[in-house]
Write a protein that binds this ligand. Structure first.
Ligand SMILES: *Cc1c(COP(=O)(O)O)cnc(C)c1O
Length: 301
């Protein structure tokens, strides 16, 4: 690992709503590993960085939007690893760069802006070929670390999960790479996946693409209805929930991923989805830097 991870805080959320239903809800605070390469990103990058080292590539190329946690994590990781890196960004360079992109530049990432149309073709052989011609040999990391290497990296999160004690492990999904890795490494637990995007109906296919071998579909539960309007969309209800969770548990969540996942799980608890005796683990996958794009005073933290 690029940074030493000794132990990751595990917090049990106390709430009468949970105890009266004989449920335990805990949160694995992957967000506390590091302020930037926090959460799932450091894990997803692990094997891609190893590949770059093995192939003696000096440069990483990856992709993302203007608020991408993956871009900022990659920029920081490359700085630590002494690698050059290029971030291919969807959309035009606006006069005011997002906080995320400014951070990427500060870490030494070179940004290249491409149109949405070009971005849609970024993973075609022709596009990659062109990049290699421009920049020389380099390791290309798909958007969000999506792929077998990303999922294998995410599976390393199991090192920090007590085996055999949880009934459910809950994860917010963007590319579903983390979900794939956790599912692959699961023994008996059910993996609960909460997509942060609207209409993300290809999760099983995505997991299959990230998995060597069969997908454990029977151990997978997807809650589709908690995207709050779509990727990076939010409602006053979601923001209110985030502030409640902060006040009750001192747990900071990000509005793009972890707040939607926590909302889904607590809502499903209220609906009686989880049987008494369930021991639920939610992964706090980080992403708190994304809250900086919210207007000041939106959040209590
Ligand atoms: C990137 C990210 C995710 C999504 O992970 P995937 O592996 O792409 O599904 C979830 N939570 C946070 C906080 C993230 O930054």
């Amino acid at each position: 690992m690029l940074i030493d991870i000794l132990n990751i805080p595990l917090e049990v959320l106390e709430c009468t709503d949970f105890s009266t239903r004989q449920l335990q809800l805990s949160v694995l605070r992957l967000d506390m590993i590091h302020p930037v390469i926090s959460g799932n990103k450091i894990f997803k990058l692990h094997y891609y960085l190893q590949t770059a080292a093995a192939k003696k590539h000096e440069r990483i190329i990856t992709f993302g939007g203007a608020y991408s946690n993956h871009l900022s994590a990659t920029a920081y990781a490359c700085k630590l690893a002494g690698l050059k890196c290029i971030g291919i960004v969807r959309g035009d360079a606006t006069a005011a760069l997002s906080h995320t992109l400014q951070f990427c530049i500060q870490q030494g990432m070179q940004l290249q802006f491409i149109s949405r149309q070009q971005y849609a073709e970024k993973e075609t052989a022709a596009f990659i070929e062109n990049l290699m011609q421009q920049h020389g040999p380099c390791t290309v990391i798909p958007e969000g670390g999506y792929g077998v290497e990303g999922a294998n990296g995410a599976a390393l999160i199991h090192t920090f999960i007590n085996p055999g004690i949880y009934t459910h492990i809950c994860i917010a999904a963007g590319t579903a790479t983390t979900t794939a890795g956790i599912l692959n490494g699961c023994n008996t637990e059910t993996v609960v996946c909460v997509p942060a995007l609207k209409g993300m109906t290809d999760i099983e296919k995505r997991i299959a693409n990230c998995t060597n071998g069969p997908v454990k579909s029977k151990q997978l539960q997807i809650f589709y209805d908690y995207h709050f309007g779509g990727y990076a969309k939010k409602t006053p209800e979601l923001i209110g929930f985030m502030n409640d969770v902060w006040q009750q548990h001192r747990l900071p969540t990000d509005f793009v991923y972890t707040a939607k996942m926590m909302f889904a799980i607590t809502d499903k608890i209220k609906q009686g989805y989880f049987a008494p005796g369930s021991n639920i683990l939610c992964l706090h996958t980080g992403g708190l830097q994304g809250n900086l794009s919210l207007p000041k005073a939106t959040l209590l933290y």
